[in-house]
Write a protein that binds this ligand. Structure first.
Ligand code: GLP
Length: 243
């Protein structure tokens, strides 16, 4: 089933997500957390770090799996999702680096690296709680409209609008944004036991409305979440304004 919660603002929504994550990690110190990048989940990671300063929690046995990575990017560049996950998740929250996985977008055999990533998630019994954002076009991870709802980790072409939206992380220059990414598929994401999707701001309102109230089809990757048994959607008022 799918629950929708409209919080008073993004900060309050992030606190709710952080509370869920903390409850999971207290109960299961070896839990695996699915982590997203983008600006939306940042307040969640900050709320987690704050909570852990007041009540310390040992995350050294927990695992994290990132959703996606650009293809062909040097993982040491600050724009790589490897760097973003290190800076926002691994270091501030005290994960063991060896237990934090990000798709290898600089592998020479990308197809093999994608299959290996899928297998590594399966081999530890899957993700317990997946944190998700949503793109303006309804993408989750880098699964653009048209992606099959049972797709697995693979290399994808980025939509032009996605490259434009992400140019802000590349000195505002869309030509610097990679054209491809390696992403968990929609089917991979749906294997997680629980999913929390966050969306903030009026720019996400249409994508949220399509996902929740439009047809469940490939035009809206996030609409696939309605087929999952345990999904929570955390919105601010602006992101909920087209519902
Ligand atoms: C990016 C990421 C997604 C993210 C989305 C929205 O391209 N691949 O995982 O959810 O776009 O990003 P933001 O939260 O910055 O709006």
């Amino acid at each position: 089933s799918l629950r929708v919660c409209v919080a008073s603002d993004a900060e309050a929504a992030a606190e709710l997500a952080a509370t869920r994550i903390l409850a999971l990690l207290r109960e299961k110190p070896t839990a695996s957390l699915g982590v997203a990048t983008g600006s939306t989940p940042s307040p969640v990671y900050r709320a987690l770090a704050r909570a852990m300063r007041s009540t310390p929690l040992d995350l050294s046995r927990a695992r994290a799996f990132a959703l996606d990575e650009y293809v062909g990017i040097d993982p040491r560049l600050p724009q790589s999702y490897r760097s973003v996950i290190d800076a926002e998740v691994t270091e501030p929250l005290g994960f063991d680096r060896r237990l934090v996985s990000v798709p290898d977008g600089s592998a020479t055999d990308l197809a093999a690296a994608a299959s290996a990533y899928e297998a590594s998630i399966d081999s530890i019994g899957g993700v317990d709680l997946q944190i998700l954002g949503i793109g303006h076009n309804g993408h989750i991870g880098f699964n653009e409209p048209g992606s099959a709802h049972d797709s697995l980790t693979r290399v994808v072409d980025l939509a032009e609008e996605t490259r434009e939206a992400n140019a802000r992380f590349f000195d505002g220059d869309v030509d610097l944004v990679p054209r491809q990414a390696m992403t968990q598929g929609i089917g991979t994401i749906l294997k997680a036991r629980s999913i929390v999707l966050l969306a903030f701001g009026s720019g996400k309102a249409e994508a949220v409305a399509q996902a929740l109230e439009g047809p469940i089809d490939q035009a809206s990757p996030a609409s696939a979440l309605r087929r999952h048994a345990d999904v929570t959607i955390l919105l601010d008022k602006a992101a909920a304004s087209s519902l």
